[in-house]
Design a protein around this ligand. Sequence first.
Ligand code: GLV
Ligand code: GLV
Length: 329
Amino acid sequence: AAPRYLVTMPVPEPGPSLLAASGAVTVLPQPPDHDTLRRLCASGDFDVVLTQLRDVVDADLLAAARVRGVSNFAVGYNNIDVAAATDRGILVGNTPGVLTDATADVAMALVLATARRVVEGDRMVREGRFAGWEPELLLGRDVSGAVLGLAGFGRIARATARRALGFGMEVLFAPRPPGDRPVGDEELGEFAGRVRQVPWEELVARSDFLSLHVPLAASTRHLVDAQVLARMKPEAILINTARGPVVDEAALVEALRAGRIAGAGLDVYEDEPRLAPGLAELANTVLLPHVGSATVSVRREMSRLSALNAVAIAEGRMPPHPVNPEVKW
Ligand code: GLV
Ligand code: GLV
């Protein structure tokens, strides 16, 4: 029988066409709630489900699921209980690589926007409060010469390092906080001699901009908590383009209010789309709506990869980007 695909919300082309060329496609008009998704996955009506970050594919859902695979329209897959999927012989796919540069662009945009108060300035102009050039209007911070600390040194961190070096920043990284597994010199490649590896504690203490590039896992949940915020420099700015729960957002609001750190540039939130109380009222923050990968071409590529993963799984082949290739099937 032809494969049957469930897509949990509309996605751009070419994914839908690729799926339609392989089998039958059902696209939900909007993301389903958890019960609905569980019911659909348990119905036996679909071979592969193409999910979004908002779809919580937990052990409970997977225990009832009668699908061969879950293809996530994202590089991150913290929304999926991969261990439970593996136990049940369900393959999981993701979309690495294609969104690396786009996400690093947003990390750099947040560095520049927070340092130079881009959003405050825009608001001032629009609200008619710009009264002419002034020597001390909206003074910000230097980016060149500042220390950028990268928490993590995966693809997106490296792409951010490349940009930061171009802006004359001093780049430090902690490879895999909190338990750093050092990156060997031979793995540094183009960065050898240009960036420095330091322990997480030192990264926290030395960064003018601390940018997070770790996946969300039990070990990285609240990696940046009240204690870490207290050890940052008072003039430091926190940048998060990774996952919201990596930061204790209530503690961040508290630290920003108290002036324990100088600012934050965020693309992700602990409980999206909700914000911690008080966050939106702070002037020293730049807040984006999880748009790290949001370019026309990147979303097309994510659509293509997630469809290729889904089709491969449905047709009984190993997908091009499996998260759990060890699955037995
Ligand atoms: C977006 O956040 C992704 O993981 O692709
Ligand atoms: C994600 O693509 C990463 O490795 O940073």
